[in-house]
Write a protein that binds this ligand. Structure first.
Ligand SMILES: [Zn+2]
Length: 597
């Protein structure tokens, strides 16, 4: 970046104001970022300032303005009058300023360590633009400068380009870019590496851990190469992986030129946990195409004041989840057995969520704002995650396309076409256009498929799609436990019913989530022991369940049902045909017979 802010601003128009944000953290243990916003050359009588209520990638109104305090406004020596006119909207009187620079000061309380919030303590500072920077609505498309004043021995890491000759100073082309560029400020360990000739950086904060950065980098390089191949190259010059090591966090947030990851500090030695981390890397990296550039129409222009509704998150998130399952296999990070085990776990989660009968995945996408991010006791009865069902629908689509085209085409071709048609130019796609692209690649009429599985709640016919590839779903009955329909957890010495599944014996009897479970047939029972106790009964037996319901003792007569499957596996069919073996090899790149070893 060689152009100065003044030059860039002038390209926007003769009299475009110059916007500079300064962020200081003189007392990091107070969790307060001190922000100064300077607006130079502003000539209108009022200045509107709005703090976003959400950040792209995390579909929940988070009310970032609740963390803003100590607002003040002045120009030169003069204090400016201001008023608050909405929860996230400040208005400053700026008439007759005589070309003086407007200086807005405020502080942001930052004590929430997640990828989509802000965190500041004695060890580091991390922030997301949406949660810390005011936008000036009429100047959203202006370039803006960000100057960080860190603690003396701290350094600054961000995907934004640095301003030459100015220390810790960066430039964002517009407000969207500012919001899309997280900052890590502290003593993070920085590793530079290359992939496909492009510069990459891994920055790690969080102290002691069992991570092996060299191994993570080697596997990340493989992921980058496999994903770039799908889309025909990397659409950037530099990409940043920001990793927070925490006690038990697990999350990621995608950006165009970076991703923020949060993962348990000791989650890197155990193979399953390590694989899950690499899936997280594959997921967030895949987003740099799918959702950051290939965007649903509703996310083409972000409205930072309110929800942006789209029925297509099943594709943006669910298809990305399907790829985070397959990419590590294709990159050689895990083998086919592990892939099929992981797929079986996802199918199990899906099959054990009764909400799949109630909510179509397109509606789940639209309602992300009020449902997925706000789980409650009835959620699993009434909702299905667009991540999970979107992943399952993507599996079916991939298999459908592969079968029809003898593995010469796949969901990869859908991704490439979506990239070429919408992503490269960042033109939002409509649900109809998405369906058209998938249909054109599949070369099959998919009207019914979408009506049943995307906009409807018909059961996904896994076996019908898996069998041509020599695979099938098998349920593992394990210990045959007669079905009651509750989930119980021990909390502070009490056994609390957390979930009651609809249309089960417990639900029919009137047992409620929140009830304290006391006894079965007069004998105390615990969360840990309930499954074992129920195994002494048969489906059809009636038991007496004793609970406290809102402090009142209640007894219910409950008739148990036959045991239900508790998990599903994806297994090879017993005598695969030649064609099944070919399809399998074309899909997963190995011999089906090897699975039997
Ligand atoms: Zn995602």
């Amino acid at each position: 970046m060689t152009a100065t802010l003044t030059q860039l601003s002038q390209q926007q128009g003769e009299s475009a104001p110059i916007i500079t944000y300064r962020v200081a953290m003189p007392h990091p243990e107070s969790h307060l970022f001190e922000v100064v916003l300077l607006v130079q050359g502003y000539s209108l009588p009022v200045l509107d300032l709005k703090l976003p209520v959400w950040t792209p990638g995390s579909y929940l109104v988070r009310e970032y303005a609740k963390h803003l305090q100590d607002f003040s406004a002045k120009a030169g020596e003069n204090t400016l009058l201001w008023r608050k006119i909405a929860k996230n909207h400040w208005q400053v009187e700026t008439a007759n300023l005589d070309n003086q620079t407007i200086e807005i000061r405020y502080r942001i309380f930052a004590n929430e360590l997640s990828v989509r919030t802000n965190h500041l303590d004695a060890t580091h500072g991390y922030f997301n633009g949406a949660a810390i920077f005011f936008r000036i609505p009429r100047l959203d498309t202006q370039p803006m400068q960000i100057a960080i004043a860190p603690q003396t021995d701290w350094q600054v890491t961000t995907p934004l380009p640095a301003v030459a000759g100015q220390i810790n100073t960066y430039i964002a082309a517009d407000f969207d870019t500012l919001v899309d560029s997280p900052f890590e400020i502290g003593k993070q360990q920085i590793y530079q590496f290359e992939a496909l000739g492009k510069a990459h950086e891994l920055a790690i904060w969080g102290g002691k851990s069992n991570i092996d950065p060299e191994k993570v980098i080697a596997d990340t390089q493989k992921i980058i190469e496999v994903e770039a191949k799908i889309f025909g190259g990397l659409p950037y010059d530099r990409y940043l992986f920001l990793l927070h090591l925490s006690t038990q966090g697990n999350g990621g947030l995608e950006h165009k030129y970076a991703c923020s990851l949060n993962y348990p500090r000791f989650g890197f030695r155990n193979v399953d946990k390590y694989n899950r981390f690499m899936q997280l890397v594959a997921h967030e990296f895949f987003h740099l195409w799918n959702v950051k550039r290939i965007r649903p129409k509703a996310l083409e222009v972000f409205d930072y004041d309110r929800e942006n509704y789209t029925p297509s998150l099943w594709f943006s998130e669910g298809t990305t989840s399907y790829y985070d399952l397959t990419i590590p296999l294709r990159a050689g990070i895990y083998d086919i057995k592990t892939f099929l085990q992981n797929l079986g776990k996802e199918i199990t989660r899906y099959e054990l969520t009764p909400g799949r009968w109630v909510q179509p995945v397109s509606e789940s996408s639209l309602d992300a704002w009020i449902k997925l991010y706000r789980p409650e006791a009835n959620s699993n009865n009434s909702q299905i995650s667009y991540y999970l069902k979107g992943e399952m629908v993507s599996l079916l689509l991939d298999l459908l396309i592969r079968e029809k085209h003898d593995n010469q085409k796949s969901l990869d071709d859908v991704m490439l076409k979506m990239w070429q048609q919408f992503g490269q130019e960042e033109i939002g796609f409509t649900p109809q256009q998405l369906q058209e692209v998938i249909t054109s690649v599949a070369d099959i009429n998919l009207t019914d498929f979408f009506a049943k599985y995307v906009d409807g709640t018909e059961e996904l016919p896994f076996n019908q799609y898996l069998e041509p590839f020599g695979l099938q779903i098998a349920s593992d009955d394990g210990e045959p436990t007669p079905y009651l329909g509750i989930k119980v957890a021990s909390e502070h010495g009490r056994e609390v019913i957390k979930f009651v599944e609809t249309s089960t014996p417990a639900h029919a009897a009137g047992i409620d989530p929140g009830d304290e479970l006391l006894a079965i047939d007069g004998i105390r029972v615990t969360a840990a022991g309930i499954s074992d106790r129920l195994q002494d009964y048969q489906g059809g037996d009636t038991i007496e369940v004793t609970v406290f319901h809102q402090e009142q003792l209640r007894q219910y007569q409950v008739t148990l049902e036959a045991p239900r499957p508790t998990s599903y596996q994806v297994k090879p069919v017993s005598n695969p045909t030649e064609e099944q073996q070919q399809n399998f090899a074309g899909y997963l790149g190995e011999d089906l017979q090897k699975l039997k070893d």
